[in-house]
Write a protein that binds this ligand. Structure first.
Ligand code: FES
Length: 320
């Protein structure tokens, strides 16, 4: 079972930067769209069973539209290429309700945000929220070139304000170099909330740089899996609500096993990044492989993502 979905109309497609288009999605029949908060994403259900997650970039107070931005990924497995080449104004798309695994701490005295490439999307939404709240924030925005930087104009249009600070880093332009993430993080006050969204090496550098900070003040969003799913099998999964149990065989995830046995479990990304397949753990110890749960949440072993995580114990009882 895919997560609950509904149809939206593509009102317009806009060029945002080299290789990046934005899509303005509207509800049918003048309805309001489900509310969302900064950092949220929606899943697009594409032909051939492809599901891709995209952050919402418009202000969270808007209920009449969702805006997403799609980077045409050179290594696209079909998602971004299909959207760029085939989705046009007037088309109907099927999407999920918004889900937020990367929420903004609105009460923070100061927020430091680091974006790499298309990783600007959730952060741009957060910035609009921080501006609306009059909060202090600072953005480090890294792209290879200025031409590849989406939302540059609206960011610059925020103009000089006392509560914000913009730093652009175009590493492949003359004199450019990679951002020193460790130095940027070290410059942030201890009470600051820190956010990073971008390519894997950037996120790994950010995690190293923030290792000694309070985990509750460190926030990351990954676009794709970092670890391979657990397919070692060899354990029993028990569905507490019905009492049925299945052996998870080698080569299969828990979700594979449930679907193979006709169990209608919710899922979307299948990569441990969207949170749709989360299940409460009543007994046993998961082998966590996802990028949704925080370190503390993983250590508590109270829930797990069944699309990618396995079991360290011979028996796992789930609240399903
Ligand atoms: S389906 Fe996305 S985290 Fe499992």
């Amino acid at each position: 079972m895919k997560s609950e979905t509904f149809a939206v109309r593509v009102k317009s497609v806009s060029w945002e930067a080299q290789g990046i288009l934005s899509y303005d999605l509207r509800p049918f029949a003048g309805r309001e769209l489900p509310p969302f908060t900064a950092g949220a994403h929606v899943d697009l259900l594409l032909p051939g069973g492809l599901v891709r997650s995209y952050s919402l970039v418009n202000p969270q107070v808007e209920r009449h539209r969702y805006v997403i931005a799609v980077n045409r990924d050179g290594a696209s497995r079909g998602g971004s290429r299909f959207i760029h080449e085939s989705v046009r104004p007037g088309d109907t798309l099927t999407i999920s309700a918004p889900r937020n695994n990367f929420p903004l701490a609105e009460e923070a005295e100061h927020s430091l945000l680091i974006a790499g490439g298309i990783g600007i999307t959730p952060l741009w939404c957060m910035i609009q929220r921080l501006q609306a709240l009059g909060r202090s924030w600072e953005l480090y925005y890294c792209t290879r070139t200025r031409q590849g930087a989406a939302f540059l104009e609206p960011l610059q249009a925020l103009g000089p304000r006392v509560n914000m600070d913009l730093h652009f880093n175009f590493d492949q332009e003359p004199g450019g170099r990679m951002l020193d993430i460790a130095a940027v993080v070290a410059s942030a006050p201890a009470h600051a909330h820190l956010y990073c969204c971008g390519p894997l090496p950037m996120l790994e550098a950010f995690e190293r740089a923030t290792a000694s900070r309070a985990p509750a003040r460190v926030h990351t969003e990954y676009f794709s899996a970092r670890e391979a799913p657990s397919v070692a099998g060899g354990f029993t999964v028990v569905l507490a609500r019905s009492g049925v149990e299945f052996e998870v065989p080698k080569g299969k995830t828990i979700l594979d096993t449930l679907l193979d046995n006709g169990i209608d479990a919710p899922y979307s990304c299948l990569e441990g990044v969207c949170g749709t397949c989360e299940a409460r753990v009543l007994e046993g110890t998961p082998d966590h492989r996802d990028l949704v749960l925080s370190k503390e949440e993983k250590e508590s072993n109270s829930s797990m993502m069944i699309c990618c995580s396995g079991s360290k114990t011979g028996r796992l009882v789930l609240d399903l």
